[in-house]
Design a protein around this ligand. Structure first.
Ligand SMILES: Nc1ncnc2c1ncn2[C@@H]1O[C@H](COP(=O)(O)OP(=O)(O)O)[C@@H](O)[C@H]1O
Ligand SMILES: [Mg+2]
Length: 246
């Protein structure tokens, strides 16, 4: 397939090679091979509890890597701290809501840029993002705790973008959102990608996730069961029957 060929030929920005990971002495995922080509979208789907968030955490440094290797832009980053991941250009938007509810939208945005250690730069970057996220611009003085679920998700995305990441790790960005907000979040993900951000997406809405993905992976019981282009997985009968409710 032409799409597959292009995806394989694009330089990998993130590469997991035989990664076994978990927490303390609990192994959750086994021997995971996964590639996110530069400037593409890869999507990881699979049942609840299969280890999707653990893969994300292993990449970013919130989980322990017991075996295998994580490479980012050609560097071995296995077992690196979350701080180091952030500084190197990865942003991780957590599955659970992570806004500071007592702070305003704008204060949340500035928190996203704290690694700059430069208030002016953070303010400048926030202004750039308000041009793109006009809803957030309107809400900038609003306490984040007062936002709707969809607005909160937009704030989490925008806050992640404060550091101008090369790679965004998005863990279930559409969960719990009404359909209109879900569409907005997916539109945002696609436009971010068009502007050059590489994205690894975990999605419970497998059909939607795979439909925006250049590469797809199905994880079940801690192991990658299927991989291919997003389209290949969507069209695969077995994947459809087992994981897409088709
Ligand atoms: N911090 C943790 N310590 C120990 N086990 C955990 C921790 N977080 C998740 N797990 C376990 O790892 C397994 C996979 O969880 P997770 O990666 O969150 O799956 P998914 O994101 O696919 O729903 C679950 O059995 C869960 O209980
Ligand atoms: Mg999860």
């Amino acid at each position: 397939m032409a799409g597959e060929k292009a995806a394989v030929e694009a330089k990998p920005l993130l590469n997991l090679d035989g990664v076994t990971a978990g927490y303390g002495n609990t192994t959750v995922v086994h021997d995971v091979d996964l590639v996110v080509p530069e400037e593409k979208i890869a999507c990881l789907v699979g049942p609840n509890g299969s280890g999707k968030s653990t893969v994300m955490k292993a990449i970013y440094g919130f989980a322990d890597v017991f075996d295998g290797r994580v490479s980012f832009d050609g560097d071995d980053v296995t077992g690196r701290s979350p701080q180091a991941s952030l500084r190197s250009g990865m942003a991780y938007v957590l599955q659970s809501s992570s806004v500071f509810s007592e702070m305003t939208v704008h204060e949340n945005m500035l928190m996203g840029g704290y690694v700059f250690d430069d208030d002016e730069r953070a303010t400048r970057r926030a202004e750039e993002l308000y041009d793109e996220f006009s809803r957030l611009a309107d809400l900038r003085e609003q306490e984040a705790g007062m936002l709707s679920g969809g607005e909160r998700r937009l704030l989490e995305l925008a806050r992640g973008l404060m550091v101008e990441p090369r790679l965004m790790l998005l863990d279930e960005p559409s969960i719990g959102l009404e359909p209109t907000y879900m569409e907005q979040v997916f539109d945002r993900i696609e436009s971010l990608n068009e502007l050059g951000t590489t994205i690894l997406l975990v999605e419970q809405n497998a059909e939607k996730g795979l439909s925006v993905a250049d590469r797809g992976y199905v994880l079940a019981s801690g192991e990658i069961q299927y991989s291919g282009t997003g389209t290949e997985l969507l069209e695969d009968e077995e994947v459809g029957r087992l994981y897409l409710g088709g």
